[in-house]
Ligand binder design. Structure first.
Ligand SMILES: C[S@@+](CC[C@H](N)C(=O)[O-])C[C@H]1O[C@@H](n2cnc3c(N)ncnc32)[C@H](O)[C@@H]1O
Length: 182
């Protein structure tokens, strides 16, 4: 008859192996998809909180491409009342995003899938925090799918062709976030 200690040890071992597996998968994903697992900085959130109030974002459908651990989904739902969706290819990130959703009782939809399969015409706001190479690909998709009123919020890296309607600056008057209307 196995003891409680033995069963607890097996459970702990399985948990450690699973977490290590998720961690390795995350590293592999960031190499394959050429994007680091970095969330938007709190300083970005602070400037957006201040500058975006003039846009009426309540009930607007927002997609974060791609959502990582869901930080921006939580931000836009709590601060602005957006209806949020995140596409995220990485298993660990999407699990963490779902757990946060439950803890904070939020409604974000997390889809663990490759973003390129979604249609941007279904969204009013598109949030992007990615490297220029990927931003360029997304801009091509936006050109084909975005509706005339779609708002694009690009953090740190601007779209390649489109001209921003507004540039949000931080308190050192450095360019932070770019807003576009398609
Ligand atoms: C820089 S993080 C951005 C996280 C979040 N948008 C934020 O600002 O906090 C980029 C995320 O994109 C994910 N990713 C990369 N390629 C993807 C793809 N084709 N489809 C879905 N997610 C992808 C990565 O796993 C990573 O979590």
């Amino acid at each position: 008859m196995p003891t409680i200690e033995f069963i607890a040890g097996i459970i702990a071992l399985i948990a450690i192996i699973f977490i290590a597996y998720l961690y390795v998968l995350s590293i592999v994903n960031s190499i394959i998809y050429k994007v680091p697992q970095v969330a938007s900085f709190n300083s970005d959130l602070r400037v957006m909180r201040k500058w975006l109030v003039k846009y009426n974002l309540k009930w607007k459908k927002l997609i974060d491409m791609w959502s990582g651990t869901g930080k921006m989904l939580r931000f836009f739902e709590r601060e602005f009342g957006c209806i949020t969706t995140g596409y995220e290819i990485d298993l660990a990130n999407s699990l963490i995003a779902r757990i946060f959703n439950k803890i904070f009782k939020l409604n974000a939809t997390i889809i663990r899938w490759n973003y390129f399969t979604t249609n941007l015409a279904d969204f009013d706001i598109v949030y992007i925090y990615l490297y220029p190479e990927l931003v360029a690909k997304i801009e091509e998709k936006l050109e084909q799918e975005a509706r005339p009123w779609t708002i694009v919020i690009a953090n740190a890296f601007k779209l390649i062709k489109a001209t921003p309607k507004e540039i949000i600056y931080d308190d050192k008057w450095k360019e932070e976030v770019y807003i576009y209307e398609f």
